[in-house]
Write a protein that binds this ligand. Structure first.
Ligand code: SER
Length: 340
């Protein structure tokens, strides 16, 4: 008998940590993690096993397929948007070919188990591409079908993988005699920038917000790489994980879309900075604008419409900007860095 498990790729990354923390609290003890690097102690203590390996390595995925019965896959491994601009071909391989490998694993598992395998895929506001800053400002909050013209490799990868997920869920090998519809139960959320009290992102373009906050908490200088008026949506890691859990718990017939927007708050850099200064008045924050990274932020929406997530699976963020600081970021960060 193969052991029944939950597979998390990119388990040592930011959302991987958040997921492990939350699933462990819920009593889930059968997590198998995969990451390019050795997972840290926090993850290892909460997972059943953590494998070091590459999602492009078919042998690794074959071993997992042979050894385990997979209930659900949380496919978090990816190269984020800034890193992907430096190595677009590698980003495509990891973000697209890697996702294809995991979707194929899900399909093989579903076929051998004779029941659907749920697949969570984190998409991103990077799938949007507003052509000019003027249009971004006049567009305001945008819906799932608007402005899907990504300007980054990462955004292209995420948008295409949403379609791959739709294909695996609904149309896989439709000319074959074997019925495959519904075997992979693909569910996706387009995340805004995420702010964790416990970890820092690596290689993203929305990193200026968490970097600014953690630098202030550590008493270190930080030079923000975008202008004070730069505005995109953000949410806390707590809300990001809640969104994943709500979506994954929803009955399949409640879901009307493959991918959903979710939102919480959308501060300009100046607004976020003034909040940081409320708690860390001595924060030493400067600005050295990187025009290229700024242009990526300018192409991402200022706000999104998330009505369908609210209707279909009861989405609502717990943290607005004020609560994000007072109820989550500051208390957790203080206990982490041990300062006041
Ligand atoms: N936070 C991501 C990034 O900046 C976007 O999803 O790349």
């Amino acid at each position: 008998m193969r052991k029944s498990i939950i597979l998390i790729t990119g388990v040592n990354g930011e959302i991987g940590h958040g997921l492990v923390r939350s699933l462990h609290k819920l009593g889930v003890s059968n997590i198998i993690g995969v990451d390019l690097v050795q997972a840290d102690d926090f993850v290892q203590e909460r997972a059943q096993d953590c494998m070091i390996g590459n999602i492009l390595d078919k042998n690794l995925l074959d071993r997992i397929n042979a050894q385990y019965e997979i209930e659900a896959i949380y496919h978090m491994a990816a190269l984020l948007s800034t890193r992907a601009e430096f190595s677009p071909v590698i980003a495509h391989e990891v973000n697209v070919d890697g996702t294809l490998n995991l979707l194929d694993l899900a399909m093989e598992q579903a076929q051998s188990q004779g029941k659907p395998v749920t697949f969570f895929f984190p998409s991103s506001i990077a799938v949007y591409g507003l052509p000019t800053l003027e249009e971004k400002l006049s567009a305001g909050a945008i819906g799932e079908d608007d402005y899907r013209h990504p300007q980054t490799m990462y955004g292209c990868n995420k948008l295409y993988c949403e379609s791959l997920g739709d294909y695996y869920s609904h149309y896989f090998k439709r000319l074959s005699v074997t019925e495959s519809k519904g075997r992979v139960d693909f569910r996706s959320i387009r995340f805004p920038g995420i702010i964790s009290a416990h970890t820092l992102p690596a290689g993203g373009t929305s990193d200026y917000v968490p970097e600014m906050l953690h630098a202030a908490a550590r008493g270190e200088r930080y030079d923000c790489f975008v202008r004070q008026d730069a505005t995109i949506p953000f949410m806390t890691m707590t809300d990001a994980i809640r969104a994943i859990e709500l979506l994954m718990a929803a009955p399949p017939d409640a879901l009307t879309q493959i991918v959903y927007n979710v939102k919480a708050f959308n501060p300009s850099v100046a607004e976020f900075l003034s909040k940081v200064k409320e708690y860390y008045p001595e924060a030493d924050i400067g600005f050295i604008t990187n025009d290229s990274r700024q242009s990526i932020i300018d192409s991402w929406p200022e706000d999104v419409i998330d009505n369908q997530a609210r209707i279909d699976w009861g989405w609502e963020a717990i943290h607005d900007l004020d609560k994000a600081f007072s109820e989550y970021l500051i208390p957790e960060i203080r206990s982490r860095y041990g300062n006041s």
